[in-house]
Design a protein around this ligand. Structure first.
Ligand code: CAO
Length: 554
C-alpha cells in the first residue's frame, strides 16, 4: 500500500478555480477515473477524477477552497503504487483545453463569399458525443460566441458556440445525433468568420489566433488516452442557467438519465442551486414514496395525482417557429391586454364556471325604448338596452342574493349594495367600468353614466375607482352580433350575464306564430357558490323582467 496524492491536472488557462463539490469522503473506495471533486470558475466547471483506484485516506480540500493545477485534492491509499510526491495526475498529462487555449472553433467559408461552415471544435479525446440540445434555429440572427449546440459525453458536457456572427442558414445535426471533431454541424450566412481559415477535420487541429475570442462559453473537456482527467463544463454559467439546461455536472446528469429522472424538475441544493447526486436521489425517493410526481406523471394521471394539486403541471406551451410556415409580424400586447389577460386566465382556471343559456322576449321593451328615445331626442341621452339590463340585474340580485356575493375562504360575503360592471370594448382591450349604486339610479341616469364611462374607457382615461367594487357584470355583444357565448366571471364576483344580438323569431302565442324580438342570454356562474337550479331561476326571472319591465317595481 502506498499513499498517492491526487492533484489537480492541467486546467489550462483557468488560474484558480473554486471547489464547489466534494464527491468522496475519507474511507470511500474509489475506482480509477471516478470523479473526486467538482471545481468551477465563472466560465466552466469540471470534475477532477482519480488517476488510481484506491481508498480515500484524507481530503486535502474543502468546499470553497481555491485550487489550481498541481493542488493536491486528496491522499489515496493505492495498492502497489509508489509513494508520491510524484504527481499522480493523469499520465499522460491530461489535455484539458482551456478556453483561451482551445483550438479554433471550426468555421470556414464554404466558398469565397458563401456560407460559413460551423464544425465541431477540438473536444479532446471524446468521440461520438451526443447532441443533447439545439440552441438556435434557421433564420435566427446569431452573435459571435453564441452557443449553438450542447453536446455531452458520459464525462463532459459542452456548448459549441458560433465562430462568427451571421444568420443561421442550416442545422446539419439534430438532437440525438452523435458528432466528432471536425463534423459539419451548421451553416451560417452573411457571416464574417472569426475563426480558423480552414476546417479542421483531423484529430490534431491547428491552434488559431481567434480562439480566445470564441472560447469563453465553450466547455472543452479533454482527456488523454489514459483519461485520468475528465473535465465537464456545464452548458451554462452557475447561477445563470442558459437555454434551460439544469445546473448539474455531467455525471449527475448521467445518473439522473439512468434513473429516468427528469433532471430539470429536480431542485438543486448545491452551491448556486447546483443539482447534486443527493438531490436526484431524494427526488427519486419522493416520487417513489408518492409525495411528489414528475410533470409527465401529473399530465397522465391528474385525477389520481399524489401531488399537491395546486400546480397545474401542464405540458409546456408548444414552441412553434411560425416563420417556417409563412411571413409573420410581432406586436407587443397592450398594457390592458396584459392585465386583463392575466385576470381572465386566473378566473378561468380557478373558478368552476357553468353557463346557462336562455332567451328574453324584449319585443315590448325595445318598442318602448325606441319610442322613449324618439320622444326625448333633444335630451342628448340615448337610453340603451344595456341600461334596462342593469336595472333588471339589480332586481334579480335582490331576489337571488347569493349572486351578489363573493367567496372569502369558507365564507360567503353577501353584499347589500348593487354596483354593476359592464364590459366595454376599447381599442386597447377589454375593461369593465362599474355603475355604482345602480339600485338608486333610474334608467336615464344609468344610460348617461354608461355613455360617459364608455367614452372614458375608449379614451384610456378610466381610473381604478371607475373599475373596482363591482358586484355583478354584464357583457353585451348585442351591438355586434352572435348568439350565445360563455363569459368569464369577473372575480371576486360569482356570476356574469352575457348578452348577444336580439333577433326577430317566430314564437307560438297559443294560437299562432308571432314575430318576437328575442334576446339571447348567457349566464356564467361560479358552481362553488351557485347551483344549476338557482342559475336557471335567475335567468328565467331576469328574462321575465325584460319581457315585462313593470315587474321591476312590483
Ligand atoms: N341586440 C340588438 N341590438 C343591440 C343590442 C342587442 N342586444 N344591444 C345594443 N344593440 C344596438 C343598439 O341599439 C345600437 O343600435 P343603434 O345605433 O341603432 O341605436 C347598437 O347596437 C350599438 O350599441 P352600443 O354598443 O353603442 O351600445 P350598448 O349599450 O349596447 O353597448 C358598450 C355599450 C360599451 C357595452 C359596447 O359599446 C361594448 O363595448 N360592447 C362590447 C362588450 C364586450 O366586448 N364584451 C365581451 C366581453 S368578453 O370578451
Amino acid at each position: 500500500m502506498a499513499l498517492v496524492e491526487i492533484q489537480v491536472p492541467d486546467i489550462g488557462d483557468f488560474d484558480e478555480v473554486g471547489v464547489i463539490e466534494l464527491l468522496v469522503k475519507p474511507g470511500d473506495v474509489v475506482k480509477a477515473e471516478q470523479s473526486l471533486i467538482t471545481v468551477e470558475s465563472d466560465k466552466a466547471s469540471m470534475e477532477i477524477p482519480s488517476s488510481h483506484a484506491g481508498v480515500v485516506k484524507e481530503l486535502r480540500v474543502q468546499v470553497g477552497d481555491k485550487v489550481k493545477q498541481g493542488s493536491v485534492v486528496l491522499a489515496l491509499e493505492v495498492a502497489g503504487a509508489t509513494e508520491t510526491p510524484a504527481p499522480a495526475v493523469a499520465a499522460p498529462a491530461p489535455a484539458v483545453m482551456p478556453p483561451a487555449a482551445a483550438p479554433a472553433l471550426m468555421a470556414a467559408p464554404a466558398a469565397a463569399s458563401g456560407p460559413v461552415e460551423v464544425r465541431v471544435p477540438n473536444i479532446g479525446d471524446f468521440k461520438d458525443v451526443a447532441v443533447i440540445e439545439v440552441l438556435a434555429k434557421p433564420g435566427d440572427t446569431i452573435e459571435l460566441d453564441q452557443s449553438l449546440f450542447t453536446v455531452e459525453s458520459d464525462k463532459a458536457s459542452m456548448e459549441i458556440p458560433s465562430p462568427a456572427a451571421g444568420v443561421l442558414k442550416e442545422l446539419k445535426v439534430k438532437i440525438g445525433d452523435t458528432v466528432n471533431i471536425g463534423d459539419l454541424i451548421a451553416l451560417l450566412e452573411g457571416a464574417a468568420s472569426a475563426a480558423a481559415p480552414a476546417p479542421v477535420a483531423s484529430a490534431a487541429p491547428a491552434q488559431a489566433p481567434a480562439a480566445a475570442s470564441v472560447a469563453p462559453a465553450v466547455a472543452v473537456a479533454a482527456a488523454s488516452a489514459a483519461a485520468a482527467a475528465s473535465v465537464a463544463v456545464p452548458a451554462h454559467q452557475p447561477g445563470a442557467p442558459t437555454a434551460g439546461l439544469p445546473h448539474a455536472s455531467p455525471s449527475v446528469r448521467k445518473f439522473a438519465r439512468e434513473l429516468g429522472v427528469p433532471i430539470d424538475e429536480v431542485k438543486g441544493t448545491g452551491p448556486k442551486g447546483r443539482i447534486t447526486q443527493d438531490d436526484v436521489q431524494s427526488f427519486t425517493k419522493q416520487v417513489m414514496g408518492g409525495t411528489a410526481q414528475t410533470k409527465a406523471q401529473a399530465a397522465k394521471a391528474p385525477a389520481v395525482s399524489g401531488g399537491s394539486g395546486m400546480g397545474l403541471e401542464l405540458l409546456p406551451w408548444p414552441k412553434v417557429d411560425f416563420a417556417k410556415f409563412g411571413s409573420v409580424e410581432r406586436k407587443d400586447l397592450s398594457r390592458i391586454k396584459k392585465i386583463s389577460g392575466a385576470n381572465l386566465h386566473r378566473n378561468w382556471v380557478l373558478i368552476p364556471h357553468v353557463t346557462n343559456h336562455d332567451d328574453a322576449d324584449i319585443t315590448d321593451l325595445e318598442a318602448f325604448r325606441v319610442q322613449f328615445n324618439q320622444e326625448n331626442e333633444k335630451s342628448g341621452v340615448k337610453v340603451t338596452m344595456l341600461a334596462f339590463m342593469i336595472k333588471a340585474a339589480v332586481a334579480a340580485l335582490k331576489k337571488f342574493p347569493e349572486f351578489n356575493s363573493s367567496l372569502d375562504g369558507d365564507q360567503l360575503v353577501l353584499k347589500n349594495h348593487f354596483h354593476i360592471g359592464f364590459a366595454a370594448d376599447t381599442p386597447n382591450g377589454l375593461v369593465v367600468p362599474v355603475i355604482r349604486d345602480a339600485d338608486k339610479k333610474g334608467i336615464v341616469q344609468i344610460s348617461q353614466e354608461m355613455g360617459d364611462l364608455a367614452k372614458k374607457a375608449r379614451d384610456g382615461k378610466l381610473g381604478p375607482a371607475d373599475m373596482t367594487g363591482g358586484c355583478f357584470s354584464i357583457s353585451s355583444l348585442g351591438g355586434i352580433g352572435g348568439r350565445y357565448f360563455t363569459p368569464i366571471i369577473n372575480a371576486p364576483e360569482v356570476a356574469i350575464m352575457g348578452v348577444c344580438k336580439s333577433s326577430l323569431e317566430p314564437k307560438w302565442d297559443g294560437k299562432q306564430f308571432a314575430p318576437r324580438l328575442m334576446l339571447p342570454l348567457s349566464l356564467s356562474w361560479d358552481h362553488r357558490v351557485i347551483d344549476g337550479a338557482a342559475a336557471a331561476r335567475f335567468n328565467v326571472y331576469f328574462a321575465s323582467l325584460l319581457a315585462d319591465f313593470r315587474r321591476i317595481v312590483m
